[in-house]
Design a protein around this ligand. Structure first.
Ligand code: SAH
Length: 347
């Protein structure tokens, strides 16, 4: 196994580097192009799959490289069609990814980190220690695996990607962005940027950075309360990044990108189900053009958190809609297999 460790993960090489590897071995640089296509268009997991290369070339590759591909270790299917994958990484760690089918869409919900460092009180993933960031390839592989499942089980193409699995994508931004580049690249999956949504707990500094980068994916921010005291009590990030700072980041986002943001919001009994909570959300949502997704709470066995009443949800929706803010109430999918938002915890 010592040998395995000294070999380089071939997918860390850019196309140009692959070409010069072959040139350095006295072969045609075109081989680099062929290998690149096997890796990124055909998702080869093994050098022996690269059947248009000679045996000798495949041996050469095996001598120098490994392919650190993920492996779908276990797959569970919910009675609503949702599929949850336990994804085994090359070092034995496990993350989860979810395929969510609806009438019009097939969405891949993918993880960006092993575990999470943010400690949101209502989220099951927060109970797992953050072990490491996923590499761009490990993120990309999750998407490819779900694309293949969409074709196999539904005979439909993958239409959307959401970074709402385990981890905080903006704390692993470089790798997330690299994976998105491969997903959108014509030499990769050729998906449109507008089909991709990155969801963040609200890392203000990073929101400003991606605004400056003028990224073309959609941004969702997990708000859950627009009152500092309440938000701090359920999301520790709010202590270091209070709402004023988050609000400034949102204004910067809009100035730079001219794009709407989506706020994700769960309403809990006795925590944020009063009219003053809804009014605070309205005020925050009005800072820039935005829409609100009220998401159903998925139980993670903590008596402090209980889904608010339908009346409370309606109160929120009516107030926001009356003030011109599109508000959807979203019911969860895959609850019976712990595949819904906030339930991913490698159970
Ligand atoms: N770290 C990112 C993405 C992961 S969570 C983020 O915070 O946005 C994806 C969404 O699920 C977030 O909006 C999160 O707040 C929400 N969520 C977490 N736990 C939940 C639960 N138990 N029920 C419903 N939604 C939950």
């Amino acid at each position: 196994m010592v040998e395995e460790i000294t070999k380089k993960d071939i997918r860390k090489l850019k196309l140009e580097e692959l070409k010069s590897f072959f040139a350095g071995k006295g072969d045609k640089p075109f081989r680099g192009q062929q290998v690149y296509e096997w890796l990124w268009q055909k998702s080869a997991k093994d050098f022996d799959q690269m059947t248009n290369l000679s045996l000798q070339t495949r041996e050469l590759l095996k001598e120098h490289f490994v392919i650190n591909h993920i492996k779908v270790d276990k797959m569970q299917r919910s009675n609503d069609g949702t599929i949850k994958n336990a994804v085994m990484l090359h070092d034995g760690l496990v993350v989860e990814s979810v395929l969510i089918p609806t009438e019009k869409r097939i969405t891949a919900c993918v993880s960006s980190q092993v575990g999470c460092s943010l400690a949101c009180k209502f989220c099951a993933t927060a109970r797992l220690k953050r072990m490491r960031n996923l590499s761009a390839d490990e993120i990309y592989d999750q998407i490819v695996a779900i694309r293949d499942q969409a074709e196999l089980f539904f005979n439909r193409p993958l239409t959307n990607i959401v970074f709402m699995g385990m981890g905080e994508p903006l704390l692993n931004y470089n790798n997330v962005l690299e994976a998105i580049h491969k997903v959108t690249d014509q030499k990769g999956l050729g998906m449109a940027w507008k089909r991709i949504t990155v969801s963040t707990v609200g890392v203000a500094k990073m929101i400003k950075k991606i605004a400056d980068d003028k990224v073309k994916f959609n941004l969702a921010v997990s708000l859950h309360s627009a009152i500092n005291k309440t938000r701090s009590s359920i999301m520790p990030i709010n202590d270091s990044t209070p709402l004023e700072e988050l609000g400034d980041a949102m204004k910067h986002w809009y100035q730079q990108t001219k794009r709407k943001v989506t706020y994700e919001y769960v309403v809990w009994k006795g925590i944020n189900d009063k009219e003053e909570d809804a009014r605070a959300l309205l005020k925050f949502a009005q800072l820039i053009p935005s829409k609100v997704n009220i998401i159903e709470y998925n139980n993670i066995d903590d008596p402090a958190f209980q889904q608010a009443s339908p009346d409370a949800l309606r109160m929120y929706q009516e107030l926001l809609e009356a003030n011109g803010i599109t508000t959807r109430i979203r019911m969860s999918r895959g609850k019976d297999i712990d595949a819904a938002c906030g339930q991913l915890a490698n159970k």
